[in-house]
Design a protein around this ligand. Structure first.
Ligand SMILES: CC/C=C\C/C=C\C/C=C\C/C=C\C/C=C\C/C=C\CC/C=C/C(=O)SCCNC(=O)CCNC(=O)[C@H](O)C(C)(C)COP(=O)(O)OP(=O)(O)OC[C@H]1O[C@@H](n2cnc3c(N)ncnc32)[C@H](O)[C@@H]1OP(=O)(O)O
Ligand code: FAD
Length: 631
């Protein structure tokens, strides 16, 4: 059968709710989501086996984006598809993949790493996998409460298998963290297997359809061949064959950090679409007293809140793709046994994941606030987008923890520069900074990019000097590092911003040569707006570390305001161009037809509190008090 994926899915009636899910209980929400998840999984499997074929492109990306509308929250199978499968594909041996990655497999899996006691510091993970050579098995064990796995999506009720991160012990020697496939529930009855204690962790700020769970093992045995063995092996006699790089086990985190940048671009495009369309419909107060009320999008302060969100969505789309391509390149190198580019990819992924998630959650919230009171309604969908987006600041590597990883990389290059040793080309500006080869400030995108590099150099130098000073004062390295950590994270943040500005500007200039003149103008305006916005936000840093002057800053401010005016006529067109269907956007404020007030009233009428003209609580509780002396 030939189908158009979106139309096909939109026509599956059971996927679309009559009652908005906010009115359901915690349990009902999960059950509703799981019903839909398995309808979607069936479609994906049919696509995979070729039983249905598609007439549109980019599937499963299409399915991935349309699921936002289906779930309004999170697909409980997100981790099964996004992390369980992809980790097996990346870290299991060819034989294991052939066995486990069957399209009709009974396994519904999840990725089980975090514990009650440890999330960021994964070397502290306490779950053990001890090799028993007499039976050729690993024994998975949870030694204490803090070692209980806690958080994995889909673990609470859905998964019957999981990839577990545990400390590998062979003959009393700990070989560190490794990944194991463990069945946890019976495939047929879905009852937990003996020695497994599993459940759901309860309501959260968002992700309420993801059934995040807890898991404990009581000496649970799995075959030796269930350790993921592409990069590292345990042989039958207990011989441990080391990986080529000891962080290859962390590969799934690296991949998800890279993927997330594009996902966050998509979340930003949804928030921008809602807030810009609403701002074009909403009129509130005239600008001149003798004129009619104006669209709130005409207020320059409103443009300041929203256009940066449109621009940022493009930044993260472009940079997400750039990182995806780097990841592909580095993975191919790793296959050839060359690990040389892995540290750089890790450092970039860490700071870009940290900053993209922080930007996205701040900007989604800014869009919500820009919609005034109506943005506070669940029916605007902005609260849900915020709750989803802000979680990304924490999961897959907490914000500060990741920035500190990138700081290690920056400090290494600063040390080389300080010791006048050769530097790679992309850090040549460290040497320029040390030699005080400062460029004359230019009020242009290229000038701003240079300015941001000066900030990176200046902040890395400041952090490095503090570190050295702490060391000279007799501190141990780790303690000295902790004492400098505020400055170290500042340096990483600046590094991420300079990368974002540089990659976005260069890619936009290149793209502009391939599109129509009129489109090129708008794309360059957006890119310039992004750079100007951040130059103004960071003008204090520019004053400290670059040759910018007060006059230059005033000129930047004027150009920024000019750009807002230039973008204004195209603002609605720009968000329409994100091409997000109403069924996916799920927003009374952001629908394409602009019927905001009609849709709000229609949604309000779905409230169960409007079912009865007089709610029974009036008779039970209100009337006995208010009418007490009058009856
Ligand atoms: C219907 C559906 C249809 C379709 C779906 C299709 C597609 C969907 C696909 C994808 C989905 C897209 C987006 C996802 C969207 C939403 C996600 C939803 C849910 C969220 C799921 C969340 C999951 C999780 O959170 S899993 C748990 C994550 N946990 C962490 O990230 C922990 C963070 N901590 C660490 O990573 C580490 O502890 C550490 C901080 C890195 C420190 O590690 P360690 O102590 O071991 O290291 P040291 O300090 O000793 O040494 C550091 C040393 O190692 C180098 N290093 C560290 N990590 C790496 C690495 N990964 N690679 C390379 N090198 C690494 C580091 O640079 C240091 O080197 P130097 O010593 O030289 O400095
Ligand atoms: C919605 C959601 C979904 C998730 N899904 C999964 C999943 O599917 N599978 C899974 O395994 N896990 C999952 N997680 C867990 C997630 O990966 C962790 O919560 C995350 O890695 C952060 O760890 P933590 O909670 O231990 O925070 P902590 O590390 O305890 O952080 C608390 C604070 O301490 C600070 N801090 C910690 N260490 C340092 C340090 N070295 N230096 C400076 N500051 C530090 C942090 O900056 C932060 O401010 C999920 C989490 C969420 C919220």
């Amino acid at each position: 059968m030939m189908i158009h994926t979106n139309n096909y899915i939109l026509n599956i009636k059971e996927l679309w709710d009559d009652v908005p899910e906010e009115y359901l209980s915690h349990k009902e929400r999960y059950e509703n989501a799981i019903k839909k998840a398995f309808i979607v999984l069936k479609v994906l499997r049919q696509l995979h086996t070729g039983n249905i074929q598609i007439t549109d492109h980019r599937t499963p990306t299409n399915v991935y984006s349309i699921q936002d509308g289906i779930f309004r929250n999170v697909n409980p199978l997100l981790i099964h598809i996004g992390l369980f499968w992809s980790t097996i594909a990346a870290q299991a041996s060819t034989e294991q993949q052939a066995e486990w990655l069957q399209p009709d497999s009974s396994m519904i899996g999840t990725y089980v790493q975090t514990e009650l006691g440890h999330g960021s510091f994964i070397r502290g993970i306490e779950t053990t996998a001890t090799y028993d050579s007499t039976t050729d098995e690993f024994i998975l064990h949870t030694p204490r409460l803090s070692a209980y796995k806690w958080w994995p999506g889909g673990l609470g009720n859905t998964a019957n298998a999981c990839l577990v991160m545990a400390q590998l012990y062979i003959n009393g020697t700990c070989h560190g963290l490794h990944i194991f496939l463990a069945q946890i529930r019976d495939f047929d009855t879905h009852k937990p297997l003996p020695g497994i204690k599993v459940g759901e962790i309860g309501p959260k700020m968002g992700f309420n359809t993801a059934d995040n769970g807890f898991l404990g093992f009581d000496n649970h045995r799995i075959p030796r061949t269930n350790m993921l063995m592409k990069n590292v092996q345990v042989l039958r006699d207990g011989t441990y064959v080391k990986p080529k790089h000891d962080k290859l086990t962390y590969g799934s985190m690296l991949l998800t950090r890279v993927t997330l940048i594009s996902d966050l671009a998509y979340q930003l495009s949804k928030a921008a679409t809602i807030a810009v369309r609403y701002s074009a419909v909403r009129r509130q107060s005239p600008i001149k007293s003798n004129e009619p009320e104006r669209q709130i999008l005409d207020f320059v302060s409103q443009q300041h809140k929203l256009f940066i969100t449109i621009a940022s969505s493009h930044v993260y789309r472009v940079v997400g793709l750039w990182m995806w391509n780097s990841h592909k390149r580095v993975t191919a190198d790793i296959h050839e046994g060359n690990m040389g580019q892995l540290p750089e990819l890790h450092a970039l992924a860490c700071c870009l994941k940290a900053i993209s998630s922080r930007d996205a959650s701040a900007l989604v919230e800014q869009c919500r606030l820009a919609c005034g009171g109506h943005g506070y309604m669940m029916a605007s969908n902005l609260p849900q987008i915020y709750a989803y987006t802000t979680a990304a600041v924490t999961y897959e590597g907490e914000y500060t923890v990741l920035l500190l990883q990138t700081a290690r990389y920056l400090v290494k290059f600063w040390r080389l520069a300080a010791e006048h040793k050769p530097l790679p080309q992309n850090f040549a500006y460290f040497e320029d900074y040390i030699k005080k080869n400062f460029e004359q400030w230019r009020n242009s995108p290229e000038g701003i990019i240079e300015g941001f590099k000066a900030i990176v150099a200046g902040k890395t130098k400041a952090a490095y000097d503090t570190l050295q000073c702490n060391l000279r004062n007799g501190r141990e390295f780790e303690e000295a590092w902790n004492m400098a950590s505020v400055q170290l994270t500042n340096a990483s943040e600046a590094y991420a911003r300079s990368l974002l500005c540089e990659v976005f500007w260069k890619e936009t200039v290149q793209l502009s040569t391939k599109v129509s003149k009129s489109l090129a103008i708008v794309l360059e305006q957006l890119a310039e707006l992004y750079l100007m916005y951040w130059a103004l936000e960071k003008h204090g840093d520019l004053l400290l570390y670059s040759t910018i002057s007060r006059n230059d800053i005033e000129a930047l401010q004027s150009r920024y305001e000019e750009l807002l005016a230039l973008i204004r006529p195209n603002a609605v067109g720009l968000v329409d161009a994100f091409d997000i269907r109403d069924e996916v956007l799920c927003s009374t404020l952001g629908a394409y037809d602009g019927r905001v007030y009609e849709r709000m009233m229609e949604e309000a009428s779905k409230s169960p509190l409007n079912e009865d003209v007089v709610n029974e609580s009036f008779h039970k509780y209100i009337r006995p008090v208010t009418m007490k002396n009058k009856l």
